[in-house]
Ligand binder design. Structure first.
Ligand SMILES: Nc1ncnc2c1ncn2[C@@H]1O[C@H](COP(=O)(O)OP(=O)(O)OP(=O)(O)O)[C@@H](O)[C@H]1O
Ligand SMILES: [Mg+2]
Length: 216
């Protein structure tokens, strides 16, 4: 279970403070599929990064299965993230000089045995079988997005946090990506996805609306 209690995040920007999250409390049950919507700048990415252990809230707590994420040491938090959470960033974060296949294998290098067959299978299921040896600069935006999703899926996390995973995809590939998230959910995974795609809402158990850092 994911539990946010009174979470606020204030960024100290060069142009003053921005309250990106304002007293957000919410719980997401294990195995739930939750979609997040809201206008640009309302705090969606900040919410995901906070849940993912990457942005420390200014106030409040984030619990993952009863463990206070930001009370853990940096190493413990990194471990929990590596073991449990797959993250699809809004800006991919792919390694430019590795092939698509090796980008997908990246999270498995620390710990697990890398399984090239499995990585290739995940890419294939996302319609990427012809591109597995291409490097990110040689891929289209939508293809990079699918590599990022494959990378989140490869380590078989309990939780997937995905930030606009279909933002740059045509309807067919968007449906494939959402279908893959839905499969993950059907197999018991927890999904928190920021998306304006109607398909996300269709698959979701629940849709949250954020406005100016608050759930409305
Ligand atoms: N590192 C930062 N420093 C200062 N302000 C920031 C920082 N990151 C985000 N913000 C501000 O916090 C607010 C929330 O940003 P966030 O990225 O969470 O929005 P979002 O809902 O994901 O928007 P989008 O739909 O455009 O991706 C925005 O007003 C943004 O300008
Ligand atoms: Mg965002």
């Amino acid at each position: 279970m994911i539990a946010l209690d009174g979470v606020s995040k204030v960024y100290d920007g060069t142009n003053g403070e921005v309250r990106a999250l304002d007293d957000v409390s919410l719980t997401i049950a294990a195995g739930e599929f939750v979609a997040v919507r809201g206008p640009s700048g309302c705090g969606k990415s900040t919410l995901l990064l906070t849940v993912g252990g990457m942005v420390r809230p200014t106030a409040g707590t984030v619990g993952i299965d009863g463990r206070d994420l930001y009370a853990l040491s940096h190493a413990e938090r990194a471990r929990l993230r590596a073991d449990r959470i797959g993250f699809v960033f809004q800006m991919f974060h792919l390694v430019p000089y590795l092939s698509a296949l090796d980008n997908v294998l990246l999270p498995t290098l620390a710990g697990m045995r890398p399984d090239r067959g499995q990585a290739a299978a995940v890419l294939e299921r996302l319609g990427m079988s012809e591109r597995i040896h291409h490097r990110p600069p040689e891929l289209s935006t939508g293809e990079r997005q699918r590599v990022a999703l494959a990378r989140a899926l490869i380590k078989q996390p309990d939780i997937i946090l995905a930030d606009e995973p279909t933002g740059n995809l045509d309807p067919e590939n968007a449906a494939a990506v959402m279908g893959y998230l839905a499969d993950f959910h059907r197999e018991g995974g927890t999904v928190l996805v920021v998306s304006h795609d109607a398909l996300a809402e269709e698959h979701a158990d629940r849709t949250l609306r954020l406005e100016r850092g608050r759930i409305v």
